[in-house]
Ligand binder design. Structure first.
Ligand code: BGC
Length: 530
């Protein structure tokens, strides 16, 4: 990635250096430099991803803690384990579904408004609002004295993440030079997986160090602390220069950019300002209507851009992220410890996506990832279904390995590629804002369904964990031919040419998508050094 950044950066510098109006200066050789102020801005905003991950990761462990259960009015967690263990009372499974999915539901409701709010009041104000609402949601969860307040707190946190998960990547992209933007999409996923990991580890720490009735309140309260740090830090951070320019506040935009890039980069800075002004003029001239999104012309693009992130959720990844403590407890293992290991695997394998998404292309990653996930889910489901894993240690170890294998496959492929990269690049520029909004809503709707259904599905009297895994594997099995036939390779395709990729008649589109798999792009197309 570093090499890619370097090559992108020097390409830009070269443009300035060869321009007749620019003198040859040292900065042209080195490419854009960021000041510590710019790094702090980006890192602080990326904490938005961490908050997102924390809220996904923290709740599963709490559902198994006795103090939490008694506050919710539930009986202590089922002590028995193994395939024949007694199920949770039905009411408890439903309430667990409501508590976890309320967060996703909040995201679903707020995400369509995030774009409007950040255009109207600015990116900085949207990040601040998101952080403040997150603090309130976290505080409600921490102080909850029953299921009702807990659901309300989760929903409020969800509203905040609906805003933050949309605005943070936009804000980061707008304060960064173009040559660094490519890495930002994966930064979002790294933030999320890091947040999930922190939550899993924190749950483990809390359970081991303060096993009291209120231990879960410490886990849930910790998110308020992170939000507070982010909010206070953001007070010192600037509004996005691109947003300022878009609102006609050009002098302020230039001053912010100067502060972000530092002294001694005048040529690159003038180039960036020119580009920014050009981009703003282009964005202002692009008008699109909602009906255009549903036109025949965009049908294939919309299908791919919405189906892929939605299936990414129906892979069942959050069945594990949200309920792995319960699933592993049922396998007679320490749920909270195993969950912490899930977090480590999920985080570490995200680096594989960071490294490979621009090297191997989206399609090979989606296909290897889906095949690996199907293998992991089907094989573990088959063992869970046929072997008494509470008696057979080898079977239990094999299941653990297969679940980790599933997570590693998701994290290294679909996590970043399907959830964020595909929706950010397939839609034509003029409809991108609205179309991404729809894709995000599809993603969250699928999330709500998975979060709500899973605790009910895993009950031994419904589908059991094995049936649940088969259920989620079936979506991936459908996704494999879909990716082969309908998803073109989008790596290295300039965003302006994307529309052409999707504009062939169906038969031709399928043939060319299949051909994309065999085509090895030239090094020049990859944006990587030859
Ligand atoms: C998904 C989340 C999921 C996370 C797991 C993200 O791409 O959008 O729903 O929890 O990956 O790492």
């Amino acid at each position: 990635m570093k090499a890619e950044e370097d090559s992108g950066a020097s390409a830009k510098a070269f443009e300035v250096c060869k321009s007749p109006s620019s003198a040859k200066v040292a900065e042209c050789e080195n490419g854009p430099r960021l000041t510590p102020y710019a790094y702090t801005t980006v890192l602080l905003a990326a904490v938005g991803g961490l908050l997102f991950g924390y809220d996904i990761g923290v709740i599963g462990g709490c559902l198994t803690l006795d103090g939490f259960r008694s506050e919710m009015g539930w009986p202590p967690a089922i002590e028995e384990c193994g395939p024949d263990s007694a199920p949770e009372p039905k009411q408890v499974s439903f309430e667990q579904g409501w508590i976890t999915s309320a967060f996703m539901f909040g995201c679903f409701v707020a995400s369509p408004f995030a774009g409007y709010f950040s255009d109207r009041f600015g990116r900085w104000a949207a990040v601040m609002l998101g952080t403040f609402v997150f603090f309130v949601g976290g505080a409600l969860q921490t102080g909850a004295n029953g299921v009702g307040l807990m659901i309300a707190g989760r929903a409020v946190s969800g509203l905040s993440i609906g805003v933050l998960s949309t605005v943070v990547p936009l804000y980061i992209a707008e304060v960064s030079p173009a040559s660094l933007r490519g890495t930002l999409v994966t930064l979002q996923q790294l933030g999320i997986t890091f947040g999930i990991l922190v939550a899993f580890l924190f749950n483990l720490f809390v359970q081991k160090v303060i096993p009291r009735d209120w231990d879960w309140r410490v886990s849930l309260g910790f998110q308020c602390f992170i939000a507070l740090l982010m909010g206070v830090g953001m007070l010192f951070m600037p509004e996005s220069p691109r947003y300022l320019a878009w609102r006609g506040r050009v002098a302020e935009a230039k001053a912010v950019l100067r502060k972000l890039r530092g002294e001694g980069q005048e040529s690159l800075l003038s180039m960036e300002i020119l580009e920014m002004e050009k981009e703003v003029a282009e964005t202002k001239s692009q008008n699109s209507t909602w009906s255009e999104l549903f036109s025949r012309k965009l049908a294939l693009t919309m299908l791919v851009g919405i189906f892929i992130p939605t299936v990414s959720q129906f892979s069942g990844i959050n069945a594990i992220m949200l309920y792995s403590a319960t699933i592993f407890n049922n396998m007679c293992l320490s749920g909270i410890t195993m969950t912490a290991i899930v977090g480590v695997v999920n985080f570490l394998f995200t680096f594989v996506a960071v490294f490979f998404s621009d090297r191997c292309g989206r399609k090979p990653l989606l296909l290897t990832g889906a095949s690996g996930m199907v293998a992991g889910l089907v094989a573990s489901a088959a063992i869970l279904w046929t072997v008494d894993y509470s008696e057979n240690k080898n079977a239990a170890n094999a299941i653990v390995f297969l679940i980790m294998f599933f997570i590693a496959n998701y994290a290294s492929t679909w996590g970043a590629v399907a959830s964020w990269i595909i929706p950010s690049e397939v839609f034509p520029i003029r409809v991108r804002g609205k179309a991404i909004g729809l894709a995000t809503m599809g993603n969250w709707a699928a999330n709500v369904i998975v979060a709500f259904l899973t605790p009910i599905l895993i009950r031994p009297d419904v589908a059991n964990v094995s049936g649940t895994f088969f259920f989620y594997a079936s979506f991936l099995i459908i996704a494999i031919p879909f990716v082969v036939c309908l998803v073109p390779e989008t790596k290295g395709v300039p965003l302006e040419e994307m529309e052409e990729k999707f504009s062939k008649p169906l038969g031709q589109h399928v043939r060319s998508s299949i051909a994309d798999l065999r085509r090895r792009p030239a090094a020049a197309d990859t944006g990587l050094p030859k």
